[in-house]
Structures are given as structure tokens and as C-alpha cells.
Ligand binder design. Structure first.
Ligand code: ATP
Ligand code: MG
Length: 398
């Protein structure tokens, strides 16, 4: 029996005149992923993409798992394709849906007849298919209002499509449909989650990371690269900018009041991000900051950091607590990597008593006491770039 997959749109379904642009993007994003699994034919109709494997041995489970991570998809449905002959469908419904229906208690049938030449109308199909299901599973009861399982039969031009399970998709908008942004990625739990959340809103998310060798180790860098690799599951390909930050941190340590260290460091990180954004056309900066989580994330400290930014700064986890952020980190698969105990450059020289309420005047005065602008320009010129491709494992950490 031939199986195909129907992908139902999420928010795209609500779009108006430019809906087709979003649909094309979603389909391209899907194609890019599935080409690693096999060959598929694609067609579209009424807010649905039909994905048909070209090879009978295609691993459909892997296909579904991969689709579950594609933003823009509202629901995923595997379905069996039959000839447009009702008896054939009725004779096979028990076998095809046995895993789904054997343990269920209630069901209903929904029929859709796109091919109006089909001899039965939708209510007739629903009635007859309901009877066939009851014949195969006499323990079931019909519940049209709140069924455990909805059996769907769609009569299309090309065949009759039977399905029962609807898997919730990742939701959101197709990656790329909102432009691109630069995520400040640390090795922690929060920033990968922040990247995931903004990719969900349709942004291409590329990452910038600041390292301070020899204070931070090769291991710490590998860990962040691993996070990048894991994020490609959701975000697609990711550009990874790695900025040497040691000299800037040493200059901060030697020339500025210790209590301002973290905020000044964060401002200089943001200033470097500004330059990369301008040069490589990113429209926003993303961070994993969460209000009140640490001294550098109080309202006055965030104000001081924010004024260094020349682009909108998206902080999608600002209102979330650590438990909520951790839940998402587990779901997207980054948590175990994030908790590996390698140091981040933020913890190097971190002050014993950071100011929780820094004044912007003091911060600006400290920042202008030294020629950080030329150091920033130099750090940008020494920045290395690497591309992480979806589906490729390249970083090994034990
Ligand atoms: P995270 O889990 O994101 O590390 P955190 O609680 O450790 O969160 P901080 O260390 O205060 O937070 O950093 C706040 C934000 O600053 C991070 O979420 C990240 O966006 C950015 N950031 C911190 N360190 C780095 C770094 N080395 N490279 C790039 N961005 C960084
Ligand atoms: Mg951190």
C-alpha cells in the first residue's frame, strides 16, 4: 500500500495576497531537508502540501520526525493512497488503521470530496466508512463531538487518501520568511532556546560567539559549535562567527572599574555584533537574556547594554523563568550540551560584586577611557566564519 504525507500549513494559511511566497519558502525548506532522506514528488492544494515518496522503501518515520522540526507546518498526516473505489478503502481501513484504532474508544469519520464526480457525497462516505470501521473494530463507539480518533478520507483527483493520526507540527513561520538575525550564542541554556524561538518566527538565525583563549578552552568552543550543529535541526544551515575577545577583556580588566566589567563587556559584544550586522545584512540581534536572572540582566543593566545596539534586540526568553527555558532546551535537544561544564568568556574576570544598577553615564565614561573602538575593529577583522549545514555531524565532544 502506498503511503504519502500531507503537510498542513500553520499561520501561513491566514496570509493574504503574498501567501504563495510563504508557501514556496515552506516547500523549499521541506525539500532541502527531505532530500537527505530520499526522493519525493510535491504537489499543493488548499493549504496542504502533498509529499509522495518515489521509492517504496522510504523510511516514513524518519520523514515525519524531520518534518516535525520544520517551522511553518501546522500538522503532519501520514495517509494511505487507494484507488477511488469505496469498497477498496472500506476493505483496507481495518488493516491500515489498526495501530491507531485498536486501543481507542471513540472515533468519527470526516470525509472530503474534492472530486465531485465521485458517486457518493461526503455524508454518505462518512456513514459508510463509519460502518466499515465499526465492522473492523466492534469495541469502538462513534463520538462526533469529542472523538479520540478522527478517521479522514479525502477523495482527490488522483486517488482516495485515508488517514487517522494528525501530528502537531512545529508551528510558526518558514525560516527565511522574516529575514535574518544574528544570535549571540553562549554555551549556556538560554541562548540556543532564544535562537530556536526566533527561527520559529521565520528568521534565519546565524550565530556569533566570543572566545577568550587561553582563559576559555578549545573544549568550550567545541561545545558552542555542537550547540550550533544541534540548532540546525530547527533553524536550517547556520553561519557561525567566532570573535577573538581576549584582548578586549584584558583591556577592560586593566582599565575599567571591576564592578562595571560585565555590562561593559556585554556592550562591546553588542558593538561587534552591530558591525557584523551592518556588513552582512542582519536585521536584528538576538540574545538569551532573561529579566533578573543575573546581575547583568536587571532593568538598569539591560538599559546600558541596549543603548549600545544599533539594531532591534530580540530577547524572546526575557519573560521566562529558568524552568520554562529548560523545558524548551530539552525539547529541542540542546540541554545536555548546554550543561557540559566548560567555561564561557563571561565568567572570566567576572566581578565579585557586579553593579546591579549601573548608571549609563558611569558606563559611558568608563568605556571612553580607553580606545575600545579600534580593538573592536581588530576583533571583527580577526573573526572566523564557519557554516554548519543541516544534517551534517561535524563536531565531536566526549
Ligand atoms: P546563556 O544560557 O544564554 O549563556 P546566561 O544565563 O549564561 O545565559 P549570560 O551569561 O548573562 O546569560 O549571557 C546573557 C546573554 O549574552 C546570553 O544569553 C548570550 O545571548 C550573550 N552571551 C553571553 N556570553 C556570550 C558569548 N561568549 N558569546 C556570545 N554571546 C554571549
Ligand atoms: Mg552564559
Amino acid at each position: 500500500m502506498k503511503e504519502i504525507i500531507m503537510v498542513k500549513y500553520g499561520e501561513i494559511a491566514l496570509k493574504g495576497i503574498n501567501k504563495k511566497t510563504f508557501e514556496d519558502m515552506l516547500q523549499n525548506n521541506i525539500k532541502r531537508r527531505l532530500k537527505l532522506i530520499g526522493q519525493f514528488a510535491y504537489s499543493r492544494n488548499q493549504s496542504t502540501i502533498y509529499i509522495e515518496p518515489q521509492d517504496d522503501n522510504t523510511d516514513m518515520h524518519t520523514v515525519v520526525e524531520s518534518l516535525k522540526r520544520v517551522f511553518g507546518i501546522g500538522a503532519i498526516q501520514k495517509c494511505a493512497v487507494f484507488p477511488k473505489d469505496f469498497d477498496t478503502v472500506a476493505n483496507n481501513v481495518g488493516e491500515y488503521l489498526k495501530d491507531t484504532l485498536a486501543d481507542a474508544k471513540t472515533f468519527k469519520v470526516e470525509a472530503k470530496r474534492a472530486d465531485k464526480t465521485f458517486p457518493m457525497n461526503s455524508p454518505q462516505i462518512q456513514q459508510a466508512l463509519g460502518d466499515a470501521v465499526l465492522d473492523a473494530f466492534p469495541h469502538l463507539e462513534v463520538d462526533v463531538h469529542n472523538p479520540e480518533v478522527t478517521v479522514r478520507l479525502e477523495i482527490r483527483d488522483v486517488g482516495a487518501y485515508l488517514s487517522a493520526k494528525r501530528i502537531t507540527g512545529a508551528g510558526g513561520m518558514p525560516v527565511g520568511s522574516s529575514g535574518k538575525a544574528l544570535l549571540m550564542l553562549s554555551g549556556g541554556i538560554d541562548s540556543p532556546v532564544a535562537g530556536y524561538m526566533m527561527a520559529k518566527r521565520g528568521l534565519v538565525v546565524d550565530c556569533i560567539h566570543y572566545i577568550s583563549p587561553p582563559y576559555t578552552s578549545e573544549r568550550a568552543l567545541l561545545k558552542v559549535q555542537k550547540l550550533c550543529e544541534q540548532m540546525t535541526d530547527w533553524c536550517g544551515d547556520i553561519m557561525f562567527y567566532c570573535v577573538p575577545f581576549t584582548e578586549i577583556q584584558e583591556a577592560l580588566r586593566d582599565n575599567c572599574p571591576e564592578e562595571y566589567f560585565t555590562v561593559l563587556m556585554r556592550r562591546l559584544m553588542v558593538k561587534i555584533a552591530n558591525i557584523v550586522c551592518k556588513r552582512d545584512k542582519y536585521g536584528a540581534i538576538i540574545t538569551g537574556e532573561s529579566l533578573a536572572q543575573v546581575a547583568s540582566q536587571t532593568l538598569p543593566a539591560l538599559y546600558c547594554t541596549n543603548t549600545a545596539a544599533e539594531f532591534p534586540v530580540f530577547r524572546p526568553v526575557i519573560g521566562m523563568d529558568k524552568i520554562e527555558i529548560t523545558e524548551i532546551a530539552r525539547k529541542i535537544g540542546t540541554f545536555e550540551t548546554s550543561i557540559l561544564p566548560y567555561e564561557d568568556c563571561c565568567t572570566v574576570f567576572s566581578p565579585k560584586h557586579p553593579r546591579t544598577k549601573p548608571h549609563i553615564e558611569d558606563i559611558l565614561a568608563a568605556e571612553s577611557s580607553y580606545d575600545f573602538d579600534s580593538m573592536i575593529a581588530e576583533a571583527v577583522s580577526k573573526t572566523t566564519v564557519r557554516r554548519f549545514k543541516y544534517g551534517e555531524e561535524t563536531v565531536f565532544l566526549d
